[in-house]
Design a protein around this ligand. Structure first.
Ligand SMILES: Nc1nc2c(c(=O)[nH]1)N[C@H]1C(S)=C(S)[C@@H](COP(=O)(O)O)O[C@H]1N2
Ligand SMILES: [Mo]
Length: 418
């Protein structure tokens, strides 16, 4: 669907009756607004037009306006933050599908190492013809590719963590970026895989030496060795100078600060695929190697802690699926009784965040709004009740349930689970 094809009536007055109409009444048309120092709009001349602005190079690495200082990564206060810690993307403050590097969620198990790229090496060994030790310069000599993909922690959120206030509190362990690097397949072929090769055990150069077994099919498909994110080198928090990216798979497998790839016939059964990142099922068994992040979506505006006015409101949010493209997003503005198709904003990319939008005229009565994603396999994002009916409540990872937002008569938006 094109970005213009969103079903908006032509020449509609979106803000009629809202705050802007009230402001218009105050300014009384184009009359100068002398005496109202707080306002700086036309026809007045604001003070920042009367003196030259800051010099070029006054910020050699740019930062956002000081008036945006509230748009920051969200470090949950409820959770104890030791070396194993996380911060969340402020989803409710972002537009489009790309997460700025400074706001990309972080999850690390042993702190952020301070790696000198000149001394960093990647070793490739095990079931290969020619074991290799590569420098970062060696890695950048391979043909490069850039792809836009989401990355999401499988603990986003845990099953008991539905009591946050904002979209970021609830599902902020996700981000989407343009990743640049070399195909993992290219580097593995350079070493030459032996016929028995089934897994590639990836190890990080952090104090956690985080280790995950990557299935060979994914390694030879769209897996990337990444050195840049959104056009610049990876940030230390995201794995500088080198990480794995497995598009659509649980974030834990995208090993950061990558130092070693050990090609094996069997998985390593590391801590991260036994004690952690497995899902306890109601019958006492555990799901293991649950790689794919299932389809999910959330309305980011209006969302928790925001306040809306009666009348026109655009509902917008993000949807994604580890299985490929988002085919549709449906939105309910009546607590799940009826659903309407939202417009998908181009580009709609495989295993990337997809922005959806729906025009909505709120009648001012209390309600609950929510979205559900449908991916190209036909999979429909479940409600929390439907999900836990299958998976029980002992699970921790892979909660992709629908997120409801409650809208009060005051226009205040709060977590619909609470
Ligand atoms: N070496 C290493 N790689 C790691 C981790 C880690 O702690 N150490 N955390 C993993 C987890 S649980 C997730 S969700 C993603 C988070 O990536 P990000 O911090 O760039 O968002 O990295 C994964 N890769
Ligand atoms: Mo994670």
């Amino acid at each position: 669907m094109s970005h213009d094809d969103d079903g908006l009536p032509a020449r509609r007055r979106f803000l009629a009756g809202g705050a802007a109409a009230a402001a218009g009444a105050l300014t009384g048309g184009l009359a100068p607004s002398r005496g109202r120092a707080a306002e700086a709009g036309p026809p007045d001349i604001p003070e920042w037009m009367k003196v030259p602005g800051a010099d070029v190079g006054s910020q050699t690495y740019g930062t956002p306006s000081r008036f945006e200082s509230g748009v920051i990564r969200n470090v949950p206060q409820r959770l104890k933050q030791y070396l194993s810690a996380s911060s969340r993307t402020p989803l409710q403050d972002l537009d489009g599908i790309i997460t700025p590097n400074g706001l990309f969620y972080e999850r690390h198990h042993g702190g952020v190492p301070d790696i000198d790229p000149a001394r960093h090496r990647l070793m490739i060994h095990g079931l290969v013809e020619t074991p290799l030790i590569l420098t970062m310069d060696d890695i950048r000599r391979f043909p490069s590719e850039s792809h836009i993909h989401f990355l999401e922690c499988s603990g986003n959120p845990g099953f008991e963590a539905l009591n946050g206030r904002t979209a970021s509190d609830l599902v902020g362990l996700v981000g989407c970026a343009e990743w640049t690097g070399v195909r993992l397949a290219t580097v593995l072929r350079e070493a030459g895989l032996k016929p028995e090769a089934r897994w590639v055990v990836a190890e990080g150069a952090d104090a956690a030496a985080l280790t995950r077994s990557l299935p060979i099919e994914k390694c030879l498909d769209d897996a990337l060795l990444v050195y840049s994110q959104n056009g610049e080198r990876l940030r230390p928090q995201q794995g500088y100078p080198l990480r794995v990216l497995l598009p659509g798979f649980e974030g834990n497998m995208s090993v950061k600060w990558l130092r070693r790839l050990n090609v094996t016939a069997e998985p390593a059964y590391s801590r991260e695929e036994t004690a952690k990142y497995t899902d306890s099922m109601p019958d006492g068994t555990a799901r293991q190697f649950t790689f794919v992040m299932e389809a999910k979506s959330i309305i980011t505006r209006p969302s928790g802690t925001q306040r809306i006015a009666a009348g026109f409101n655009e509902i917008t949010g993000i949807a994604w699926s580890g299985r490929g493209l988002i085919r549709a997003v449906e939105v309910s503005v009546d607590d799940g009784r009826t659903w309407q198709a939202a417009a998908l904003q181009a580009p709609v990319l495989t295993r990337a965040l997809t922005r959806f939008r729906l025009p909505w005229t709120w009648d001012g009565r209390p309600t609950v709004i929510m979205s559900r994603a449908i991916d190209e396999t036909g999979y429909v994002q479940p409600s929390f009740a439907a999900l836990t009916a299958v998976r029980g409540l002992k699970s921790f990872y892979h909660n992709n349930a629908i997120v409801p937002w409650r809208v009060a008569a005051s226009g205040e938006v709060t977590n619909g689970y609470a």
